[in-house]
Every structure is written in C-alpha cells, then in structure tokens.
Design a protein around this ligand. Structure first.
Ligand SMILES: Cc1cc2nc3c(=O)[nH]c(=O)nc-3n(C[C@H](O)[C@H](O)[C@H](O)COP(=O)(O)OP(=O)(O)OC[C@H]3O[C@@H](n4cnc5c(N)ncnc54)[C@H](O)[C@@H]3O)c2cc1C
Length: 805
C-alpha cells in the first residue's frame, strides 16, 4: 500500500470502481480504491443488472444514456466482458395519465438524442409475446434498455482504471478519517495508514458509517428489495431472440429474460427500511430472508400481465438491501463544511447511473466543476433539515412511488410539515394548500370555502386553476400579500465584505441603501446563482437567492471565504417576511410605516430600515410580480405582528393573500426567469439575458470573468425568449422540444398559464436569428405539436412603469 495518494476512493462497488476509472480517464492516476472485502461486496453483487435511460430529470436521463453507451468502451479498454444484453425495454401505460407522461418523456428524448418510441399494444405483443396487453393503452420503447453482469461490469471498471495507473487495495477496511491542517486526510485502515489529498465516500451500504467518521449524517437509507428468478419457460426459450425488458408501473414490476427463464422484481407498497440507523460491518455476501407475503398483491398482477409466470417454477428469490436518498437520486459532489471530502453515495440504479456519477465526480474534482447542471444529484440539494427520521420517511415514500408518475404539480406528503414559519397556522385557517421546498412549507394557493384542500396531481390544468386566476387578478387590480419563503438569505459582514463580494459576484455591488441583481458565475462562466444584493450599511449586506439552493450556495461561499475579514451567516429561517404587490401597495404600506415611501426618497431597487406596524423591518422596493411592490423582512419572532399590521391596514385596499402558483404565473407575464428553470449551471449570462447584470468592465477579477468576457466577444448560439402557446387544456412545464420548419431548434425552460393576460406562456431557447416578434414555431406538449408565437415584449407593463412608479 502506498503511503500517500492524491485520491482515496472508499468502496469497491460499481460506483467506487466507476469513480476510479473516470479519475484516470481525466488524467489523475496517483489514486487508490480501498475495499474492505472483495470488489462488489455491498449491494452490487446481488443486483439484477438492468439498465434504462428513463428519468424525470433531463440531465439525469442524459447521464444514464452516457452510462449505457460507456459499456462497450469499457469492455475494449479492460478486455473484461460486461455481459451486455441490449435487448431494449418497454414501459407500459394502462392509464391516459401514464400515456401522457410517456409522451412527454419521449418528446424530451428527441432533443437529447435518445431514440425512444411510443408504440401501441399490437407492437408490444409483437416485441414481447409473453405480455398480456389487456388494459394496456401503449408504451414507450427504448432500444438502449438492457441488462448486464454486475460482477463483470464492476471488474471492467476496475481493470480499466488499473491499466491507466490506479491501485486497488482489497481486504482493507477504512476505520477512521482524520482531517489534517492542510485540508488533506489521514486514512486509517486495518492494514496501516495513508495520506490522501482527497477522499471519496463510495461506501454504498456503509456510506452512512463512513460519513459519521467525518462527523456528518448523509441523508440516505437502505431498503430491502426483492426479485424472483424462474425456472425454464418454453415460451421464453422458444421465442427465437432474447425478449425485451417490460416495466409495468401498474404492477410495480420490472421483467426481463434470464437465460431460459425470467427475472421479475417489485417495488412493493409494503416495503421495509433495512438496517435502521446503522449497517453492521459484519454484513457480507449474504441475502436477506424472503418476504414473499409483502409482494403477494404485486405477484397476482404480474401473473395476469405475464400468464407464463403462473405456471413457471421458482429458481431463486433474491432479497437484498440498497440505498436511496429522500428523492431517489444519488448524492454526489463535495460535502459542505469539509475540505476535500466527496460523496458518491445513494446510487440506487448503479448500472444505469454509475458511469454518469463517476464522470460527474471526476470532472468536479479534476476540472473544478461538472460539465452540466447536476443539481438533481448534488449532495447539497439537502441541508441540515434532512434528519434521520425525515430521510427514513421520505426514502420509504420514494421506494413506494418508484413506479409512480412524477406530476409537475405534485407535492408528496411524507415527512411534512417539518419547517414552518409562524404564519403556517394563520394561512391554514385561510384555506392554504401547502407545498414544500428544502423542508420548508410554503403556500401554493388558497382553496375557497367548500373546495378540497388538495391540488390534484396532473399534466393538464388542475383544480386550482380558477382560484389561482383570482389570486393573480387581485394582485394586478388591488394588492396581494405573499410570504417570501422561497428566498434564502445570507448576511455578509466584516471589513472585507464589499471587496470579497465584488470578487464573488459578476454584478455591481450596490451602495448603501441600494439593491442590485447579480449572477453568481462558476469559473467556466456558468450561472450558479441569481442573487439580489442589498447594502444595509458599510460592509453590511443581505443576499437573497433561491431557498432550495441555500446549502449549495453556502458550500460555495465557504469554499471561497478569506482567512479573515468576512463573515457569512445563513439567516434564511431567521429573517422572514412578506411581499406586497399591486397598484395599492404603496398606499397600504404608507399607513403602517414611518419610512418615507415617495419615489424620490425610496426609488425602485433601494432598501430602507424602519418600523412597519410594531416591528423593526427591512423594506426593499422591488417586486417579482412586476407590480409596484415591496419586500418586508423582519425577525421571525415579529412575523405575526407584521402580518397583523398589514392585514388590518389592508382591509381598506382589498388586500388578499396569494400563493406560489400565482407568483409563478405573474412572473411569466414579465418574462422573469427563475432558478433551476431559466437560470442554472447549464446556461450562461448571454444565453439567458442575465448579461445585463454582469459588470464586464468592473475592475474586480470576479469568478468567471474571463469566461464571461469570452462569451460576450463570441456571442451565443441560443437565447431565451417568450412564446404564446395555442393550447386550451394543458400548459408547458419544462424541457418540451420547440420545432421550426420540421426541425427541433430549442427547448422550453418553463411556462404555465398567465392568468391576468389570459394566455398560455412558455419561456425557452431559440437560435438568436429566430427571435423576432411573430416568429411561428411549434411546441410539443403531451405528444401534440401546438402552435406558438415568439413575443419580445413583456405581457404586463412592458415599459416597467408600475415597477418604478
Ligand atoms: C435486489 C437488488 C436488485 C437490484 N437491481 C438493480 C438493477 O437491476 N439495476 C441497477 O442499476 N441497480 C440495481 N440494484 C441497485 C444496485 O445494486 C446499486 O445501485 C449499486 O450496487 C450501488 O453500488 P455502490 O458501489 O454505491 O455500493 P455497494 O455495492 O454497496 O458498494 C460499497 C462497497 O464499499 C465497501 N466499503 C464500505 N465501507 C468500507 C470501508 N469502511 N472500507 C473499505 N470498504 C468499504 C463495501 O465492502 C462495498 O463493496 C439492485 C439492488 C438490489 C439490492
């Protein structure tokens, strides 16, 4: 064993082996994988080995496509067979909703370069004659789906990595990890110690335990999972060619051929978290006892769907554990609060995702950032809110919903409410229907008396449609109040606060009493944040950005803090408040504040401190709805007092609350982008229009400046624009392809119904030459191409008179 390496990867499952291979691929060879037993000694050895591209997140689907396409390369480099069976796969739809979902997925696949197809029952029977298509409307066929040999594939990664310089230490258990003052690690093993510049936790079933060695609790949990292997079945081995996989979401099952028989696995409702709290180090190459009673209902459905199963003998039942994060996606990336400690954990589909996870982590370590937006699997999408109990509940829910449709408006109930603001019960009394983000409850809309307090998950317009319309119109006609809980808040202070912010942020840093909008850029000039910066005093700033990205931003700030002179505090849950927006906003606020609200004294994009009602407040003159509006922040202990003052004075102005659904509709009428929709690390300032907030000429060498200047000089091949879509039943959500003259020319970033303007709106990318008012395109929505027209002026207040009035 070496005494010093650049990277120590802990864990020789498929994920650790993939990380090792990808690090060598990107040129780091002084690296070692440490495995306590043999390779594949965790979940990997008993996996069913299936792989597929289908994933609700587009970039995750692309990374799954990358993984599957990698196997041939791996076989060539390593000389080790992966046991590939590219037999294709069909996902069945037995309900119109499932069919809509599959059509929407297929539409996205087209511009991702994946060649999936929607097929009917007859074609399904032709491809898989053992499938009974009673009740089947159609399916999605993916020629890339297939299965492989988990053992061979893991060894192929390992052999390829070794050929490229990596070392592998088997039967070596990491027992402790000690941080050293220079940010490197002492890795303590049962075979001696070594120093590593970086440590990667790819410990799979033991990832929680390895996390605890460095004082963190990773939000993941193992679940038991079962599949059955049948004896020989004549209809299978006489078929002539290998049968394709069939996923039957209605029966929560996946099926594939295995030799002369079949394998069928289940994501059953009566599922069991395994090894609650701790995975024993003694757990080895063993299986868990069968739990056939748990899958009895699913088995009956499977017998009806595949009648050959009913008469087939059973060869083996596999029941094994593997790990999940609360949302089912992996936990990848640098772990916040630690130096040079990386996560490659909670990979629940190692053979679909392992390659993508390895590539992403290697890019992050070697090149400083991944080549695409990977927020959906970034370990920082969870913050401290994800306690062990929360994780267990969410992981169970996610397992049960593994084959459920992810609807764009769906709010899943497990682990809620967790964080609430003092207003929670007040809103509840007013009929609030809640959603949650990053563990915090927020109001989506207010259900009128007598209507259900539940929004039906759907791809078309929901039961909240009319109500959200009324909330929007009251904002535009009178004044609305909304709680600003979708913002994170950071307080930046210290003698070097301004200087530091100038180097972090691409935009201008405002003077005292002013606000500025600023993109936060990565070194490659990609958008990693869209911030509002408020200057509250000399070297005293409040930053606001997306609530859900707070751990992601905190990790970034901490990585870039100087030794002294700057302090940053996340005050997202401490400093909360409201926005009021609409033509009556100023008149209302003037009744309850001692701040001079005249346009001269308090112009657009400024901030003042003063009293509002009984409270000490920070008031910002800005509005995300595009109306005359104010954001009012107070300490959370004063939120109810602030509300009481605004609600009482608001009676004279027809003040009504509105929720996040209305807010997202109103911003569409201003073509305002939002985080993870229009603004994310896949995109750049010039592409998204955020270039207008980039201070290209400022003297500070802000992060990403060189890349941003290069982009400015070169121009961009795509730009965001807004469309009016001709549709009357459903609105775009995201990632729908945009067609022009029979070719896909762009994709949608977000959209919805603009209730005040009474138009269906999409925001998306087009080549700049097509962005002219009136350009006709088609947007593929739920399998149908709908006409859409480019608009270049905001639907509401294009001259920005209300915003500034
Ligand atoms: C029944 C079943 C069926 C499945 N079917 C499929 C499927 O069809 N397709 C699919 O893609 N996925 C499937 N999976 C999931 C798949 O097995 C996992 O996604 C994958 O194995 C995760 O790999 P890993 O490398 O992250 O973790 P693991 O395989 O758990 O590997 C972790 C490794 O780390 C080592 N380790 C841990 N701690 C230490 C330490 N302190 N020191 C040294 N070494 C350590 C362990 O010994 C182990 O070898 C299935 C899982 C199960 C249980």
């Amino acid at each position: 064993m070496k005494s010093q390496v650049r990277v120590a990867v802990i864990g020789g499952g498929v994920v650790g082996a993939s990380v090792l291979y990808h690090l060598t691929k990107l040129g780091w060879t002084d690296i070692a994988l440490i495995e306590r037993s043999e390779l594949t000694s965790g979940s990997t050895w008993h996996a069913a080995g299936g792989f597929h591209t289908l994933n609700a997140d587009t970039n995750m689907a692309a990374l799954q496509g990358y993984t599957i396409n990698l196997y041939r390369e791996l076989e060539q480099i390593s000389g080790q067979a992966c046991g590939l069976h590219h037999v294709g796969g069909i996902t069945l739809a037995t309900t119109p909703e499932r069919m809509d979902y599959l059509k929407a997925e297929r539409a996205k696949h087209q511009y991702m370069g994946l060649h999936t197809e929607i097929i009917g029952p007859e074609e399904i029977r032709k491809l898989s004659p053992i499938t009974n298509t009673n009740g089947v409307i159609g399916g999605l066929y993916d020629p890339l789906d297939g299965h492989l040999d988990p053992y061979g594939t893991t060894h192929a990664y390992a052999i390829a990595a070794k050929k490229q310089g990596a070392e592998i230490y088997l039967h070596t258990k990491v027992e402790a990890l000690n941080p050293r003052p220079d940010g490197t690690w002492e890795v303590v093993t049962n075979k001696g110690n070594l120093f590593a510049e970086h440590v990667v936790n790819a410990a799979g079933l033991w990832a929680r335990e390895v996390g605890r060695m460095v004082g963190i609790e990773l939000p993941l949990h193992p679940m038991e999972h079962q599949y059955l292997v049948t004896d020989e079945i004549p209809e299978v081995y006489n078929h002539g060619s290998e049968l394709p996989h069939v996923m039957d979401p209605a029966g929560e099952s996946y099926l594939r051929q295995e030799g002369r028989g079949l394998v069928i696995g289940f994501y059953e409702q009566r599922c069991d978290p395994w090894a609650v709290d701790v995975t024993s180090w003694d757990f080895g190459h063993e299986l868990l006892p069968n739990q056939l009673d748990r899958i009895s209902e699913s088995l009956e459905i499977a017998w009806a769907r595949y009648p050959v199963l009913a008469k087939a003998g059973l060869k083996t039942i596999i029941n094994g554990p593997f790990t999940f994060a609360p949302d089912g996606n992996p936990l990848v990336g640098p772990v916040g609060g630690l130096r040079n400690f990386w996560s490659a954990c909670a990979v629940m589909a190692g053979f679909s995702q392992g390659g993508g996870v390895g590539l992403t982590l290697a890019e992050w370590m070697v090149e400083g950032e991944p080549s695409r937006d990977v927020f959906a699997m970034d370990v920082a999408r969870f913050g401290k809110f994800a306690t062990r109990a929360y994780t267990r509940k969410k992981v169970t829910e996610n397992y049960q919903k593994r084959f459920s449709i992810s609807f764009p408006n769906e709010e899943r109930p497990a682990g809620r409410p967790l964080h609430t603001t003092p207003m929670y019960s007040v809103w509840k009394e007013q009929g609030a229907v809640f959603g949650q983000g990053h563990g915090l409850e927020h109001v989506n809309y207010f259900a009128p008396e007598g209507e259900p307090r539940y929004e039906t998950p759907t791809f078309v317009r929901s039961n909240a449609f009319a109500t959200v319309g009324e909330e929007c119109r009251n904002v535009r006609d009178n004044v609305g109040i909304n709680e600003i809980h979708n913002f994170s808040k950071f307080l930046v202070t210290g003698v070097k606060a301004r200087e530091w912010l100038d180097e972090m942020m691409a935009g201008r840093i405002p003077e005292i009493g002013r606000l500025s909008l600023s993109p936060l850029l990565s070194p490659k000039g990609r958008i990693i944040g869209d911030f509002t910066i408020s200057c509250l005093g000399e070297n005293h700033f409040q930053l606001t950005a997306s609530y859900g990205a707070q751990a992601y931003h905190q990790r970034w700030f901490e990585q870039h803090l100087p030794e002294a002179g700057v302090e940053i505090r996340n005050i997202s849950l401490q400093r909360i408040g409201f926005q009021i927006a609409g033509p009556n906003a100023r008149a209302l606020l003037s009744k309850v504040t001692n701040i001079n609200l005249s346009t001269e004294a308090f112009p657009f994009m400024s901030v003042r401190q003063g009293e509002v009602g009984l409270t000490d407040a920070i008031v910002q003159r800005v509005s995300y709805t595009g109306d005359q509006g104010y954001e009012i922040y107070v300490d959370n202990s004063q939120q109810l007092a602030l509300y009481a003052a605004l609600a009482e004075a608001g009676q004279a102005f027809n003040l009504k609350p509105f929720g996040m659904r209305a807010m997202m509709s109103l911003r569409l009428e201003k073509s305002f982008g939002s985080w993870l929709r229009e603004f994310k690390p896949d995109y750049t300032p010039l592409e998204t229009g955020l270039s207008r907030f980039v201070a290209y000429n400022k003297s500070a060498e802000f992060i990403g400046k060189a890349a941003a200047l290069a982009e400015k000089a070169q121009g961009s091949k795509r730009k965001l624009t807004t469309f009016i879509v001709e549709t009357d039943d459903a609105d775009v959500h995201s990632d729908e392809p945009i067609w022009h003259n029979g070719k896909i020319v762009g994709s949608v970033t977000s959209g919805g119904y603009a209730h005040w303007a009474q138009k269906s709106v999409a925001i998306g990318f087009l080549p700049p030459e097509l962005i002219q008012a009136g350009t006709q395109v088609e947007i593929e929505l739920l399998g149908k191409k709908r006409k859409a027209t480019v608009i270049t002026e905001a639907l509401f207040d294009p001259q920005r008179t209300y915003l500034r009035a």
